[in-house]
Design a protein around this ligand. Structure first.
Ligand code: ZN
Length: 309
């Protein structure tokens, strides 16, 4: 009997060891989703198009139970006096699908060229509506994304701003993966037919995969291990129309979707020793560690269409 108990114990130990080796921290690739420039990135023709684009995001994320944070520029609510309530309803629909709102400043201003006090004022103006509708639905408002990924021009300025954020129970959220969808958008919106849209979509997905492949290796070089990634996409048609395929691409590489809160717990999101004014986190760490970092760029015709805007 004792031998049987010992054998059972031994088997338990062996299976625990096997489990530990397969535990999420060492084996699973993790990714959190963030969406910038809500209600919309780039030009949106009509409220109907805006509602449709938003619905593609919210329904896909909700049905796949993918947590996300959407960063808002409240200045967009007032572009036209006629549809303020409709745009607020769009923001509510994100919350209604379980997606948290975040602050992305009122007017999408960059900290590189904006004095800190003016930047902080823009932050405060940028949370008025979000604060109200988040509290109505008892969801938190706790994340900030620097527009243009521009952090303070010096470490001192950034530290003052981070203290300002902390006082208001916010935390800034850097990014590690991108799809450069804002750059693909002009060509996508100008596409003359479905065939051209399909070609741009295919190039978009190929680029997103090249970006993640490069940045996985870069993270391994910097941290000696995989890190939980934070993806940046924008509230625009090119990502909305391709979101299912984009999610499938990450899943095919072994990714599981986690919350921003969970991703930020990783020590990789501590500040690098040497300061760089960017929330493109791997770029900042590469400069601090003097490691080459040269991620892929979208195709030439995409960059040309984006710069001729
Ligand atoms: Zn932005």
């Amino acid at each position: 009997m004792k031998a049987v108990q010992f054998l059972t114990f031994l088997l338990l130990c062996l299976s625990f060891q096997a489990y530990s080796q397969l535990s999420p921290s060492s084996q699973t690739r993790l990714i959190a989703v963030t969406i910038d420039d809500a209600p919309h990135n780039g030009p949106i023709g009509s409220l109907v198009e805006l509602a449709l684009m938003t619905k593609k995001f919210t329904e896909t994320l909700k049905s796949q139970k993918i947590p996300a944070v959407v960063f808002v520029n409240e200045g967009q609510l007032y572009y036209s006096a006629d549809d303020i309530e409709e745009k607020i309803a769009i923001l509510r629909s994100w919350i209604g699908s379980g997606i948290e709102l975040g602050n992305h400043t009122f007017g999408h201003v960059g900290l590189k060229d904006t004095p800190l006090e003016a930047y902080q004022d823009d932050f405060i103006r940028g949370e008025v509506v979000s604060r109200r509708i988040a509290s109505e639905s008892k969801t938190p408002l706790r994340y900030f994304r620097h527009p243009f990924l521009q952090m303070g021009p010096t470490r001192d300025i950034e530290e003052l701003f981070e203290a300002f954020l902390a006082k208001r129970a916010y935390r800034s959220v850097p990014i590690t993966l991108t799809t450069e969808d804002w750059m693909f958008l002009p060509a996508y919106q100008k596409a003359k037919d479905a065939t051209e849209k399909k070609r741009i979509s295919d190039d978009y997905l190929s680029f997103a995969e090249a970006d993640v492949a490069y940045r996985e290796k870069a993270a391994n070089r910097m941290f000696g291990r995989p890190i939980p990634h934070i993806l940046l996409v924008h509230a625009n048609a090119v990502t909305a129309d391709n979101l299912t395929r984009l999610i499938e691409m990450y899943q095919s590489r072994g990714y599981k979707f986690i919350s921003v809160e969970e991703a930020l717990k990783d020590p990789a999101y501590a500040n690098p020793e040497k300061y760089s004014p960017t929330s493109d986190w791997l770029r900042g760490w590469s400069i601090s560690k003097a490691i080459q970092f040269d991620p892929p760029q979208p195709p030439e015709y995409i960059r040309a269409a984006a710069t001729s805007q």
